[in-house]
Design a binder for this molecule. Structure first.
Ligand code: S3P
Length: 443
């Protein structure tokens, strides 16, 4: 996947946002639905799949390892899997583009198959640490050759049969948890992951939904997840709920643009993902949940968000795992709040698609916001609801969430904010700017 040419964009301030929007399918669930469908024998159908570049990288990789994956004109994806243990040797390198989730989860799948795969990615992904999956998967018997510092390009030589392990996560990472559980699918015996701090549980829910023998227990060491290997997965009909991480941009935009009222339909509200809505409510956001229901085994509701006067908070560090991808846009909410918001305990932000602590500090400062940087977070002095000065040029650093968060900031800035490259938005939210035009009444 070649890197898209840079596309700079100037964001003007906006009048009230109003209307009803549907956010694209959840990125985490979309990746997992393609992977597990590719390992079931028979035809699975996926409705609402996120058709962003990251998920398309996963689809291409699963095809390269033998699955048949097609999109029908009605938008339903059909997958014919090869069975657990049936992945084939890919002919060429697997291009992961910008996607850490694809890379780490697929490394787990390859680790317990008798195949070798080489993973490559864009400049952002090539800087991100893979040691966190190399360590446990090596214990299971896979062999890795990576670039210095445990980076891409990385070659994984799987072992079949692999060795089951019990692994306590040293970092709160759903990707690492999922990599080990996916490796455990084709490993004889019981593979166990202990997570001292709960992270998103989509893998556990979906593995159980596909018929894997998986148990989750609470213990004094944390959540203990056990998977019985050499599983047989049954094909499924999957409906992917809307992505709360994408909904978060509209929740913040509606909260900070005066006069706004936006309905965001079909938002996944899995408690391991919904921390941003808790934090925004603590700040005084006006968010109403309507029609709570279950979609694809996940809690979902429509959200009505109205403009509100936000106040600064100390963001509870224990919310971090359930809103880890939402800090950039939370920082924008903080820039419009009354008082000084302090968000700490989020060191993991340093190793996302960009160093999101440094990226957001630089971006907000360039727009005239007072920001203090810590090793594990930021303190932001808000404007009390007045527009921020704006006028700056912001580097998105191949990070979709920096580009989208600073677009939201641009809606309430005195002078336009220029974003040097908004092309990365296509990794997770290809129609983001069309939806913005619709909400601003310009579509
Ligand atoms: C993800 C887990 C999180 C998150 C990422 C998606 C997943 O990463 O930031 O966007 O789908 O498992 P970590 O596992 O690195 O926390």
């Amino acid at each position: 996947m070649s890197q898209a040419p840079a596309r700079s964009l100037q964001i003007e301030s906006s009048a009230r946002l109003s209307g009803r929007v549907t956010v694209p399918g959840d990125k985490s669930i979309s990746h997992r639905s393609l992977m597990l469908s590719s390992l079931a024998v028979g035809e699975s159908r996926i409705e609402g799949l996120l058709e962003g570049e990251d998920v398309l990288a996963t689809a291409a990789a699963m095809r390269a390892m033998g699955a048949t994956i097609e999109r029908s004109e009605d938008g339903i994806w059909r997958v014919w899997g090869v069975g657990v243990g049936g992945l084939l040797q890919p002919a060429g390198a697997l291009d992961m583009g910008n996607s850490g989730t694809s890379t780490r989860l697929l490394a787990g799948l390859v680790a317990s198959h008798a195949i070798t795969a080489t993973f490559v990615g864009d400049a952002s992904l090539s800087k991100r640490p893979m040691g966190r999956v190399i360590d446990p998967l090596s214990l299971m018997g896979a062999e890795f050759t990576s670039s210095p510092g445990g980076r891409l390009p990385m070659m994984v030589r799987g072992l079949c049969p692999a060795v089951p392990i019990e692994y306590t996560l040293p970092v709160a990472s759903a990707q690492v948890k999922s990599a080990v559980l996916l490796a455990g699918l084709n490993t004889p015996g019981i593979t166990r992951v202990i997570e001292p701090v709960p992270t998103r549980d989509h893998s556990e829910r979906m593995l159980a939904g596909f018929g894997a023998n998986l148990t989750v227990e609470a213990s004094n060491r944390g959540r203990v997840i056990s998977i019985h290997g050499e599983a047989e997965l049954q094909p499924q009909q999957i409906v992917v709920p809307g992505d709360p991480s994408s909904a978060a941009f509209w929740a913040v935009a509606a909260s900070i643009v005066p006069g706004s009222e936006v309905t965001i339909a079909n938002v996944g509200l899995n408690p391991t993902r919904a921390g941003i809505f808790t934090a925004l409510r603590m700040m005084g956001a006006d968010i109403t949940e309507v029609d709570p229901r279950t979609v694809g085994g996940e809690p979902v509701a429509d959200l009505i968000v109205r403009h509100a006067a936000l106040k600064a908070i100390d963001v509870p560090p224990d919310l971090a795992p359930s809103m880890i991808d939402e800090y950039p846009v939370l920082f924008v909410a903080a820039a419009l709040a009354e008082g000084r918001t302090v968000a700490r305990g989020a060191h993991e932000l340093r190793v996302k698609e960009s160093d999101r602590i440094a990226a957001m500090k630089d971006a907000l400062q360039a727009c005239g916001v007072t920001v203090e940087e810590f090793d594990d977070g930021l303190a932001i002095t808000g404007s009390g609801g007045e527009p921020i000065p704006g006028g700056g040029t912001v580097a998105s650093l191949l990070d979709h969430r920096i580009a989208m968060a600073m677009t939201v900031a641009g809606l309430v800035a005195r002078r336009p904010i220029t974003i040097d490259d908004v092309a990365p938005v296509a990794t997770s939210y290809p129609v983001f700017f069309e939806t913005l035009e619709q909400l601003a009444g310009r579509a």
